[in-house]
Design a protein around this ligand. Structure first.
Ligand SMILES: CCCCCCCCCC(=O)SCCNC(=O)CCNC(=O)[C@H](O)C(C)(C)COP(=O)(O)OP(=O)(O)OC[C@H]1O[C@@H](n2cnc3c(N)ncnc32)[C@H](O)[C@@H]1OP(=O)(O)O
Length: 214
């Protein structure tokens, strides 16, 4: 991994790096505390899903969340200026929507990572929600599609086959790879495993954006 730029290390194209602000988090949207905040939000959602709290605690939480929502309204910015999803220096781009992914290794056209779905991503009966699995593939395949100097593309098709139950709160293995690139089209595949068990496979088609679509 030595020798890769920070954006390459975390699997995003340089073009998505916030121009001129690269490695100084204090100058990035959200500042130095954003990663901790996103992590706490992720942890909060996982904790909330797993409790049956007493009525007074529920009321207190609702009141505090309402208060935060009202305070945040005054700080609203256009999408391009928000740290959420744009902090490519942080795990999961500084957002809590997609599960936490840690890259293990990569080549020019393949990548291996670990992923842990939280309890927040549970669909039911101890299985991760199928939409959350599709979200994982779209996030990782989509970001990897744009690496190694490739121009930005968008998902036009994502087929996911659910082969076995995907368990939450376990370290799973993810492998993604390019299958084909031709013209504006990129076909990528992904496979999610729990040990030797294939939980899900994905095949996705990305279309490179024309300059007027960026
Ligand atoms: C900071 C880091 C950020 C990381 C982001 C994480 C990744 C997230 C990725 C996403 O989720 S992107 C959001 C979900 N996707 C969309 O919203 C895409 C919506 N669709 C579009 O915006 C347009 O379809 C698009 C701009 C991508 C392409 O429109 P065009 O009008 O330029 O393309 P066109 O329709 O001419 O299709 C180009 C080729 O693709 C083919 N094609 C298009 N859609 C297809 C499809 N669904 N299946 C198969 N082929 C398809 C089409 O037939 C054609 O083939 P040929 O060149 O051979 O004629």
């Amino acid at each position: 991994m030595v020798g890769l730029s920070w954006a390459e290390r975390i699997g995003v194209p340089e073009s998505f790096a916030l121009a001129g602000l690269e490695m100084d988090p204090a100058r990035l949207p959200g500042g130095t505390g954003w990663g901790e905040l996103a992590g706490e939000l992720r942890g909060y959602l996982d904790a909330l899903v797993g409790v049956d709290p007493p009525a007074d605690l529920v009321s207190e939480m609702a009141e505090q969340l309402r208060s935060w929502r009202e305070r945040l309204a005054a700080a609203r910015v256009p999408e391009r200026d928000q740290p959420w999803g744009h902090r490519v220096d942080l795990p999961a781009r500084g957002q809590a929507l997609a599960p936490h992914v840690e890259m293990l290794d990569r080549g020019d056209d393949w990548l291996e990572a670990t992923v842990v779905f939280g309890r927040f991503h549970l669909g039911g009966h101890d299985a991760v929600h199928g939409g959350a699995v599709a979200l994982l593939f779209d996030e990782v395949l989509g970001r990897f599609s744009d690496t190694h100097g490739r121009p930005a593309a968008r998902t036009v098709s994502l087929d996911v086959a659910f082969r076995a139950v995907t368990p939450p709160e376990r370290e799973l293995r993810l492998r993604v790879w390019f299958e084909r690139e031709h013209g504006r089209k990129r076909q990528l595949h992904g496979e999610l495993r729990d040990g030797d068990v294939v939980c899900a496979e994905a095949r996705a088609l990305f279309i490179v954006l024309r300059p007027d679509q960026g």
